[in-house]
Design a protein around this ligand. Sequence first.
Ligand SMILES: Cc1ncc(COP(=O)(O)O)c(C=O)c1O
Length: 460
Amino acid sequence: MSNRIKTKQFQDLDSQHHLHPFTTHQSLRTEGPRVIVKGEGAYLYDSEGARILDGMAGLWTTNIGYGNKELAQAAYDQILELPFYNTFFKTTHPPVVALARKLAELAPANLNQVFFGSSGSESNDTAIRLIRHYWALKGEPKRRIIISRKNAYHGSTIASGSMGGMSHVHHHSYPVYEGFRHVMDPCWYDESFDGETPEAFGLRAARAIEDEILRFGPENVAAFAGEPVQGAGGVKIAPDSYWPEVQRIVDKYGILLLADEVITGFGRLGSWFASEYYGIRPNLITFAKAATSGYIPLSGVLVDDKIVDALMAENDDFNHGYTFSGHPVACAVALKNLEIMERERLVPRVKDETGPALARLLSRFKDHPIVGEVRSVGMMGAIELVADKKTRRRFADPGRVGLICRDHFFRGGFIMRAVFDTMVCAPPLIWTEAQFDEAGTAIQKALDQTLADVKGEVTA
Ligand SMILES: Cc1ncc(COP(=O)(O)O)c(C=O)c1O
């Protein structure tokens, strides 16, 4: 059977039975999905036999690349030994203990306990419950408000979606849960006033949190939650002045800090956690994705000793948990994944080699006629597509040109994601010079093709 016929069969079955996440189903059915059949190292292969360089690490996830046999072996061995047992009824098992210990070792010093789940959304739901429960235990039950930011993505369950700041997600989970407030995001390129320096803008964006605390009264505010770098919002990298000011504010009002490191955890910025990179001291870190390099679902919340002390002081149930909290196979795979990351020195390599290489790669395109800005931190970056470089004027119909560009990337055998008209990337941490070179050629070609498609709309 030809590849084309096989692809068509997959597409037909997919459209008959499969509802996709975050998808316009009508157009997906017309176009048919691309069928990915294999992954190896930095590359994916589709059902037509095309080799694709994955600039998105799956979905900010496959830090060690595809097809790693050691991870497969770790899963196989654990399945034979103990494929599943729960961690509810005063029970534990070796892989969950070993992984919790390892994570405590890698995390900031005050975070020594882990509550496990299977997705970033679940870990944020857990964090929300822990935050509110903590304040209730401390005798301040009125502290329920959690402040986060516009364009934040914290997941797609109703609680994590409410904490997130994406209006299109809220729209679908209406009514948004009460007790979540969203302040401006710290993206200088989109939000700064004319002539405002990144430093001044960073302070202004952080002080929007303080204004919100004062508006509702600190006695009602439980926490501030933020992704160290807003990923799904468009790789929005805060200026250097932002996070120190956020830390000053949460300290001043005694509120908890939740760092959502579902994307930035496990090396993406060149430190195990981005909290370390930005010098912040979160009381909770949520993680998922790259904990297992995405080979199997696992997530969790790293929890501050002071929150754990409050839990310990109460002789009652914390009524929360998931069947797959601390799944033994997922824990065994995570342990092996972290061992490989350490052995291959993938985290220091982001700091010294791959991160700087990504910055050099993207900076080659800053003068392109449709590029308003390029930016990166560690191994995540963005290219802003604009109609007018000088005024930062966007194209009409936000997202249209991003999709045109994304499709050119796809056809050219390279994956970058479009967040409206911001092209974002987060390659696996294993990229070498060969992949950076290949990406450079693909980006040049896709930007030129996009320019040709929209030339009439571009101000030279
Ligand atoms: C920062 C952040 N938090 C939470 C989530 C939700 O994770 P999941 O899709 O595993 O529920 C994501 C997903 O991309 C994310 O980027």
